[in-house]
Design a binder for this molecule. Structure first.
Ligand SMILES: Cc1ncc(C[n+]2csc(CCOP(=O)(O)OP(=O)(O)O)c2C)c(N)n1
Ligand SMILES: [Mg+2]
Length: 559
């Protein structure tokens, strides 16, 4: 890519000298952008540069916002999404124009449908070149419009206002990504604006008191209510509000995949995840309820009509529910979720006819159905081995495939933000960059990455990133030689197996290393557990290839 900067191809020392002698230490717009982002609590950004990105990168270096080079811009987007989830500030990702932007779009879409706060910056040509037939140029606003809350152009004289608007919008519920396009001449122009004060986020009004009172009446009248917690609840500043509602009204609770861990799944009222492996077990119980109480249930993960049948629905969320006409919605309380939960938790305690014994029996039957006995080293045994090795407070970042279904149903999550997955966007490639971002955001916690072999093949370049950053990170690959989820779908739909095998021959021992990261092969659960424990004590990443038999997915993943 051509660049307007005169310093291209100079060595770093020469560049530093040129900068110091050409007056470029004065604040330019790129510096202003970085200072504004830093004031918003952003301490790193993920991306891949080109010449056009260099002014922003240099401003990051000078301004103390780390630039983390990833192997693919899609990964930069996923990493920024997870940073947003874990830090409370928008995640930041950066790419060049054209192909950099299209690669980045996959991660930006994740933040859009999974509703994570994000600032995505594309660094563009000079303003007078935009819209011309020039190498790499496409219309970024057209590209990002359907997958962002807003796509904004950074212009001279309006940088501060645009930035503070973008940050506030990304953080307003429902949270999400905002795209900013930065022409190179704008980045380099001297800043003539002050760093803006953070703009206030738009607040969601609380649901009316009458709506909460009616919700309380419905819960009090139900004999067999079940709460289903969903992904809007992930963004609660105080997730303990959920526990207060559940305990106040003795509500057995299930969760969507993304909402696992908001209440410790060891709780006696916990039923586990819905609509994943062995979903029929969960459906039978849910359909025996006389009221489903959706708490922050966002249908982006799974629509109600997939499982609710004719059970009446009480919805408590931030937005009006999206349902098919078949769903029997009896009431919804729409408004700020924390405010709704606080008031539900303050209502008179109610009781219902569930017994602890019935719930325990259901849990036990569900968990045992997920683990069909087998003489071989199964995927479910591998997942249990990883769970044993990861301390309770540790973070799991995993990926999209049949293993997702199995992990969602089988894993017990004990803390909020400890179970990282994309389910709204459901893109392969989330797991490894997600784990890297998690370890950077929470260096105090153990983090494990657990992904399928197809997902590993898609993102294995990010192993080098974890190595460069010196992150202690076990990267467990479930080697089953298949895009198993799609294979299972072929089997169920009676298509011949075609185009879903990753490898025909048996897996052999892994190479000694990937990009300098040690790789070990394991063939049984004990060896896997030991390898994860060892990798959690190492001073860098470790790839652990677990050669598993995933035949049981045909039985468990779509029962
Ligand atoms: C970017 C993207 N491409 C394709 C898909 C469709 N898809 C979902 S799961 C899957 C297979 C994943 O394979 P692997 O990582 O080996 O996991 P497994 O299913 O074997 O557990 C595919 C192709 C997707 N979700 N995302
Ligand atoms: Mg696989």
């Amino acid at each position: 890519m051509t660049s307007a900067t005169p310093v291209k191809r100079k060595s770093h020392d020469k560049v530093a000298k040129i900068l110091s002698t050409t007056g470029k230490n004065l604040m330019n717009n790129a510096d202003l952008i970085v200072a504004t982002l830093k004031a918003a609590g952003i301490h790193r950004g993920f991306g891949i540069p080109s010449g056009n990105v260099l002014p922003l990168m240099e401003a990051m270096r000078r301004g103390g916002v780390d630039f983390v080079l990833t192997a693919h811009e899609g990964s930069a987007g996923f990493a920024a999404d997870v940073s947003g989830r874990l830090t409370g500030a928008p995640g930041l990702c950066i790419a060049t124009l054209g192909p950099g932007a299209t690669n980045l779009a996959t991660g930006v879409g994740c933040a859009f449908l999974d509703r994570s706060p994000m600032i995505a910056i594309t660094c563009n040509l000079n303003t007078d070149q935009l819209g011309r037939r020039i190498q790499m140029w496409i219309d970024h606003h057209a590209l990002f419009r359907p997958i962002t809350k807003a796509t904004l152009r950074l212009e001279r004289g309006r940088i501060a206002e645009t930035l503070s608007q973008a940050v506030a919008l990304a953080l307003s519920e429902p949270m999400g990504p905002v795209h900013l396009d930065l022409p190179e001449d704008v980045a380099l122009a001297p800043a003539n604006e002050a760093v803006p004060a953070p703009a206030p986020r738009a607040a969601i009004a609380p649901a009316p008191d009458t709506a909460i009172a009616r919700a309380g009446e419905l819960i009090a009248a139900a004999k067999r209510p079940i709460a289903v917690i969903g992904s809007s609840a992930m963004r609660l500043a105080d997730p303990s509000l959920l526990l207060k509602v559940i305990e106040r009204h003795s509500l057995p609770f299930a969760t969507t995949t993304m909402a696992k861990g908001l209440i410790d799944e060891d709780h006696p009222l916990a039923l586990g995840a819905i609509e994943r492996a062995c979903r029929q077990h969960q459906r039978r119980l849910l359909r025996s309820a006389d009221l489903i109480v959706g708490l922050g249930y966002d249908t982006i993960e799974v629509e109600y009509e997939a499982w609710i049948d004719d059970v009446p629905l009480l919805q408590v969320d931030i937005e009006p529910v999206d349902i098919a006409p078949s769903v029997k919605l009896v009431h919804q309380a729409t408004g700020d979720l924390a405010a709704s939960l606080a008031r539900l938790a303050a209502l008179t305690a109610t009781r219902n006819s569930w017994t602890a014994a019935a719930l325990a029996e259901h849990r036990q039957a569900f968990q045992s159905a997920l683990r069909p006995p087998s003489p071989s080293f199964t995927a479910h045994a591998a997942i249990d081995a990883v769970r044993r090795a990861l301390p309770r407070a540790g973070i799991l970042s995993f990926d999209v495939g049949a293993h997702t279904h199995q992990i969602a149903s089988q894993w017990s999550a004990h803390a909020p933000k400890s179970f990282l997955i994309t389910n709204g966007w459901s893109s392969m490639g989330f797991g490894l960059p997600g784990a890297i971002a998690a370890k950077l955001a929470r260096p105090d916690l153990p983090v494990v990455c657990l992904i399928g072999d197809g997902c590993f093949q898609m993102t294995c370049g990010e192993v080098a990133v974890a190595k460069r950053l010196g992150l202690t990170l076990p990267i467990v690959v479930l080697d089953d030689k298949w895009l198993a989820l799609i294979k299972v779908k072929q089997i169920r739909r009676q298509f011949p197996l075609y185009g879903t095998a990753l490898q025909e021959e048996d897996y052999r021992e892994p190479p000694a290393h990937y990009f300098g990261v040690p790789a070990v092969g394991v063939r049984d659960a004990d060896a896997l557990e030991a390898a994860v424990r060892q990798a959690l004590a190492a001073s860098g990443p470790t790839v652990i290839e677990a050669v598993v038999d995933s035949e049981h997915y045909v039985e468990t993943v779509y029962d």
